[in-house]
Ligand binder design. Structure first.
Ligand code: DSN
Length: 428
């Protein structure tokens, strides 16, 4: 005799309100040109792995040394994820448990530094990340953070400044990495500076992990003590984090992630990370990574041809920063108008920005998502045209009085939707 009748309806039946919101988000992602540089479309296989029974299981500890029973399948899953991450990036060790990029970065600091130590990182307004020591982040509160930036003349990383600051402040650890920098990073040069100043080198490749995995951006793995990343940006995996490190830091990194910072790992994410690492080892992913860089260059050219200013004049990676100063537009207003037109991107500070971080002078544009939908270089003229039209629309209306009812919005949105609708969105 079975126990209680087990009422287990599907989501649509159990929670129609929530189901409807998710359906509408699916449609929004299908119908817009998604240009947020840190986003992507995960594959159906990745999404499937995240929605499994693995979410039911606690697994504090590491494979073979857990604090819970029932590890028959969770251990092999985590071992597989670790093996694939090491193989994909050619690393000595991988910790696949970080919940996301910020916890991964905090774990790297916990492993290699003591509270109050001096650390160095690229400043947020120059294109760095909060967790590289920005003042409102735990990494800027618990550590003495020295921040480097970009050169005024060309808005590129100033390695002379990095070296001078490192020799002056003798940080325990130097971060290299960015979330809004459109150029290739010279990890070997950073490693030289770290060595000269007696610092550990930590590389945060969250934005470019897929480019590194696909061989179109140099890898920091041979140069850095620790490499952190998210798994959901150019790498196209589930939301999550990953730490790679040299053998000698393995124990410290593992201890920092658990029990230092986190409790039970999210096994459903671990499994989905394993799927993504497997996908990233296929020849098709190399083609994808190459296409990302090709598309970014093509889009940059098309934007420049329309008189749009790009910080550093172009891009080497998956993203570009538009400087709206000469269009007399604020980033926030421009981003809002473009979003209403079906072109999703984010307002972003530009180096030496005269405006505030909440309403900065720039827009950040990335091509990982549209490349996942199969757009090629030849399509970038259309995308640039939509951006240009949206910006002209934004400039034609009063910022305060603007609503999505403005005349130009609906027709442009319809054309955007028709264009992007021809490219199937993975996973949806
Ligand atoms: N939020 C990410 C980005 O958009 O770049 C960085 O953490």
């Amino acid at each position: 005799m079975a126990g209680h009748a087990h009422h287990d309806p599907d989501l649509k039946t159990a929670d129609p309100e929530l189901f409807d919101l998710i359906e509408r988000e699916d449609a929004r992602q299908r119908d817009s040109i998604r240009l947020i540089a840190s986003e992507n479309y995960a594959s159906r296989a990745v999404l499937e792995a995240t929605g499994t029974s693995l979410t039911n299981k606690y697994a504090e500890g590491y494979p073979g040394r857990r604090y819970y029973e029932g590890m028959d399948f969770v251990d092999p899953i985590e071992r597989l994820a670790i093996k694939r991450a090491k193989q994909l990036f050619g690393a000595d060790h991988a910790n696949v448990q970080p919940y996301s990029g910020s916890p991964a970065n905090l774990a790297a600091l916990l492993a290699l530094c003591d509270p109050g130590d001096t650390i160095m990182g690229m400043s947020l307004p120059s294109g760095g990340h909060l967790t590289h020591g920005w003042k409102v982040s735990a990494t800027g509160i618990y550590y003495k953070a020295v921040q480097y930036g970009v050169r005024k003349s060309d808005r590129r990383l100033d390695l002379d400044q990095v070296r001078a600051l490192a020799l002056e402040h003798r940080p325990k650890l130097i971060w290299v990495g960015h979330s809004a920098y459109p150029r290739t990073v010279d990890f070997a040069a950073f490693a030289e500076i770290a060595k000269e100043s007696g610092a550990y080198l930590a590389a945060d490749i969250a934005h470019i992990a897929g480019l590194v995995a696909g061989g179109v951006h140099p890898s920091p793995v041979p140069h850095a003590d620790v490499v952190t990343t998210t798994t959901h940006k150019t790498l196209r995996g589930p939301r999550g984090g990953l730490i790679l490190c040299r053998k000698k830091h393995r124990k410290a990194i593992n201890k920092a992630v658990f029990p230092g910072l986190q409790g039970g790992p999210h096994n459903h994410s671990t499994a989905a990370k394993a799927v993504a690492f497997h996908e990233a080892m296929q020849p098709a992913f190399k083609t994808y990574a190459q296409q990302v860089v090709t598309n970014a260059k093509a889009l940059a050219e098309q934007l420049l041809a329309r008189g749009i200013t790009l910080v550093t004049g172009g891009t080497d990676n998956h993203l570009m920063l538009l400087d709206l100063t000469n269009r007399g537009l604020g980033g926030r207003h421009a981003a809002r108008v473009l979003n209403d037109c079906g072109v999703e991107l984010n307002a972003n500070s530009i180096p030496f920005d005269p405006r505030t971080p909440f309403d900065p002078s720039g827009l950040r544009v990335g091509v990982p998502s549209i490349t996942s939908r199969g757009l090629l270089a030849e399509h970038m003229a259309v995308v640039a045209g939509f951006i240009d039209e949206g910006l002209k629309g934004a400039a034609s209306v009063d910022t305060d009085g603007y609503t999505a009812e403005a005349d130009f919005v609906a027709p442009l949105r319809a054309r955007v939707q028709e264009f992007i609708g021809a490219f199937p969105a993975p996973g949806l």
